[in-house]
Ligand binder design. Structure first.
Ligand SMILES: Nc1ncnc2c1ncn2[C@@H]1O[C@H](COP(=O)(O)OP(=O)(O)OP(=O)(O)O)[C@@H](O)[C@H]1O
Ligand SMILES: [Mg+2]
Length: 227
């Protein structure tokens, strides 16, 4: 699997003025890559990840998975590709309140698979330290627990590509490490992992880092870069 983004620019309008939230970014990732994008609040990380995940088209530039440009597909085909291949963990993922933790994850699985693997769901919850919450309703969970449900939901379809936006916000260091090392194991098994974060715990897990500064994506060749 190769994700290839060229000259990605995304403009927004604020008080009548256009500005680039992402400015001419080049980005690629292939199977087994574990990429972390650091950057301060407002630097454009979520905007870039939304574009890479097929959620929101860039103003200009191209994004392709295995040579298939994402934004030349119609909405239905792009959703299908997303469901089959991309595990996306949005910054503000929400669970459906009328369904339990397990049912929320089953719903995500049913979008793509015909058979729900209850053991796989239980094993994912266990790896994330929330197996005891399988039958709880979202309203009874903490912010960090909900974050981990969103991660389980993104992983249930065994995606080729994981795009995680601040996956460890609301998590303590111990649980953050669990998440980053779970992503590391998935990358070793051939998944491409892309994480945007402020969390310094992420250092040392990835094999490539970038910094995002005011919309500009800069490959990191510093002390922690390209380990
Ligand atoms: N829909 C929108 N319309 C206009 N401006 C927007 C919109 N969404 C985001 N922005 C602006 O674009 C810039 C980048 O936002 P983005 O959410 O990508 O940043 P971020 O790096 O993810 O920040 P954070 O770390 O706080 O999540 C910010 O200046 C933000 O205010
Ligand atoms: Mg963000």
């Amino acid at each position: 699997m190769i994700l290839n983004g060229n000259n990605i620019t995304k403009e927004y309008t604020r008080r009548g003025e256009k500005f680039p939230a992402v400015n001419n970014a080049d980005f690629f990732a292939w199977s087994g890559d574990y990429t972390v994008i650091f950057g301060e609040s407002g630097s454009g990380k979520s905007t870039l990840l939304n574009a890479l995940a097929g959620i929101s088209a860039p103003t200009s530039g191209s994004i392709a998975i295995d040579g298939q440009p994402l934004y030349t597909l119609n909405d239905e085909d792009r959703s299908k590709l997303r469901n089959e291949r991309i595990g996306y963990i949005p910054q503000n993922a929400a669970c459906l309140p009328a369904f339990t933790v397990t049912e929320n994850i089953e719903l995500a699985a049913s979008l793509y698979k015909h058979r729900i693997d209850k053991e796989q769901i239980q094993s994912l919850l266990k790896k994330l330290g929330i197996a005891h919450l399988a039958n709880e309703y979202p309203a009874n969970l903490s912010g960090g627990e909900l974050r981990r449900v969103a991660i389980a939901r993104a992983l249930v379809n065994n995606p080729d590509l994981i795009i995680a936006d601040e996956p460890t916000s609301n998590l303590d260091e111990d649980n953050s490490r669990k998440v980053f090392s779970l992503f590391g194991r998935l990358a070793k098994s051939g998944v491409a992992v892309i994480v945007a974060t402020h969390d310094r715990t992420a250092f040392g897990y990835s094999n490539r880092t970038y910094h995002m500064k005011s919309g500009t994506l800069i490959p990191d060749i510093g002390e922690y870069g390209n380990l």
